[in-house]
Design a binder for this molecule. Structure first.
Ligand SMILES: Nc1ncnc2c1ncn2[C@@H]1O[C@H](COP(=O)(O)OP(=O)(O)OP(=O)(O)O)[C@@H](O)[C@H]1O
Length: 286
């Protein structure tokens, strides 16, 4: 079953400039699709179009179907109903989704009460469970905190808890680890990986980092200049890319991976370089 079907999606400015052109992809239920491409290639606009959150002045055309519902041209009411339980998102900068003036527990209370009808003690319990589910230490204390009182990695965990609060069918993660320290990146990817697997969600993961998408996704879509360059299984694109641009991305990522140990070897006593190897989920499990 297809969870999300995007056909001939284009995003244009008011003066008809195409920022995304004729992009199509399908995300089967329970599967993971990565969107990769250089800065400005249209990754975020594609995600925002799917979420119905394009900035004012930009217009989507084509078709975006979430199950049986067409999202292009859908009413604000339809889109609001789908956001949260149908589709939820985590962005690069957790503060995008979080309110600096509201305690973390209160921010979680809204989706939990609105979508799941929880009140009173059941709501309090669900808030603590939602924070514990993203491995936040001392969730009771975190619930009472404001967002500036927790670390960057913890903020992203809170943003993930917020996105997961309504058990969405599809999670869109747009550069979820790009703003984080390298040591925290792997923890957040592990958290997303576990959450997607345990809940049977579909994942649309957007990143400029081929190592990140390749270890998290089964299918890849390569964008450049707002156009689809190539798509297929992650394994196939890593081992036998057909488009010259995909080959360039893969070769660059592989040469960086090969270069890091050399740098470490040349600088004895320096901490060993951390790198995410270019593997696919099935290779990780092997
Ligand atoms: N509100 C806007 N108005 C006009 N152009 C925009 C707007 N938002 C984005 N763009 C342009 O659309 C193109 C695609 O942007 P998008 O943010 O989707 O790229 P991206 O692949 O996500 O890049 P990055 O990795 O840097 O976030 C870019 O050229 C960008 O400058």
């Amino acid at each position: 079953m297809t969870a999300l079907s995007v056909q001939n999606l284009s995003v244009q400015t008011e003066d008809q400039r195409a920022l995304v052109s004729d992009v199509s992809f399908e995300l089967p239920a329970g599967q993971r699709l990565g969107i990769i491409g250089e800065s400005g290639s249209g990754k975020s606009l594609t995600a925002l179009a799917v979420l119905g959150l394009l900035p004012s002045g930009l217009r989507a055309s084509g078709s975006i179907r979430l199950g049986d519902t067409e999202l292009v041209g859908a009413s604000a009411r339809t889109l609001n109903g789908l956001r949260g339980s149908g589709i939820a998102a985590v962005f690069q900068e957790p503060l995008t989704a979080l309110d600096p003036l509201m305690r973390i527990g209160k921010q979680l209370a809204w989706p939990l009460s609105h979508h799941r009808g929880l009140r009173g003690d059941a709501l309090q319990k669900a808030i603590i469970e939602a924070l514990a589910a993203v491995a936040l230490p001392n969730p009771e204390k975190i619930a009472r905190s404001y967002i500036h009182e927790v670390s960057g990695g913890q903020r992203q965990r809170v943003a993930i808890a917020l996105a997961l609060a309504c058990d969405p069918d599809i999670l869109i993660a747009d550069e979820p680890t790009t703003a984080l320290d390298i040591s925290v990146q792997a923890e957040i990817l592990n958290l997303l990986d576990g959450a997607v697997r345990e809940r049977g969600m579909s994942l649309l993961l957007i990143s400029h980092d081929l190592a990140v998408v390749s270890q998290m996704t089964e299918q890849l879509l390569v964008l450049r200049g707002g156009e689809s360059i190539e798509q297929g299984s992650t394994r196939h694109l890593l081992t036998a890319p057909e488009a010259e641009y995909t080959r360039l991305l893969v070769n660059t990522a592989r040469s960086l991976e090969a270069y890091l140990p050399e740098v470490s070897a040349q600088a004895p006593g320096s901490p060993s370089g951390h790198t995410t190897p270019l593997t696919t989920p099935s290779e990780n499990q092997a």
